[in-house]
Design a protein around this ligand. Sequence first.
Ligand SMILES: *Cc1c(COP(=O)(O)O)cnc(C)c1O
Length: 354
Amino acid sequence: MVHAPARAAAGSPSIRINLYSDTQTRPTTAMKNAMMAAEVGDEQHGDDPTVDRLCDRMAQLLGKEAAIFLPSGTMCNVVALNTHCRAGDEVLAHETAHILTSEGGSHAAIAGVQINALRGPRGLFDADTLRAAIRARTRYAPPQTLLEIEQTANIGGGAIWPLATLGELTAIARSEGWATHMDGARLMNACIASGIKPADMCAGFDSVWLDFTKGLGAPLGAVLAGSHDFIGRAWRWKQRLGGSMRQAGICAAACLYALDHNVERLADDHANARSLAAGLRRLPGVDVEEPDTNLVFFDVVRAGTTAPALQAALRAEGIATSVLGGRMRACTHLDVSAPMIEETIAAIGRIIGR
Ligand SMILES: *Cc1c(COP(=O)(O)O)cnc(C)c1O
């Protein structure tokens, strides 16, 4: 049985504090005004000036030759895997990677590739782990063709891959002749938190994308960047998957607005995440991972409750959170303020004290 997204139970209070995900932000009036004013054309024909402006700006920001506008981050990954790989190939990625856990099996269903699921704490792995996964080039082994990493690692707790590790991994990939792909859903969070420029962060990667709906506040859209040749081939996959659009400048305008107004302020989300972690750590029996960015994972088993029970109790107070892999996840973003963090800490303290 396949589950559609759950709707809120009848009679649940409306959500006052939304820590469920940084995808839950609503476009502001200023962003909507930018969308209303967008100059548009037929994007499928390459005639939408606002989409072109966004793609040029993203190619420059990410230090790549070209870029392509897609409706979602998932489609960026699906397009990239299909562009880099042939059926029967093997992709090397962390066992918690979005391409493996959260894309409906598209790597197998559409690209026909398998994923070698590498292990390591916080959604990260090191050079030794990658080297140990290299297969002998015999006719028995699947051809290994792509290294994929997430910056930041989502299920890893928003962990940032250190630049030095990325350099070691991409050097191994190059010497093996593999392509390299960075899932940069939250790349800007990594860049703002570390002070490393986006182009430097993805310098060793053949392709990289950024999501405009993860904390940047846009209603939809993601941009995938790479070489002219890669993006040319990616366009065929965009067409095949039904991702070519028409007057998409309306949406690209929201992404341009996000680049101008919502990137630097990610630092506020990281500060809010740190104060949430600090407040939770003071509560008895709550085990908190120190957040690198805007995702706070914590465990409440020692406090005598379970993540689903705490999630339900918070939801009854109008506070939305998520449960991932049996742990609580609270995500900060531009619709979450410092007072809301204090209120959440107090509510959790009350609930586990009952
Ligand atoms: C959210 C996410 C995606 C998918 O992006 P959508 O825009 O939701 O399709 C891919 N990778 C990671 C790491 C994500 O967090």
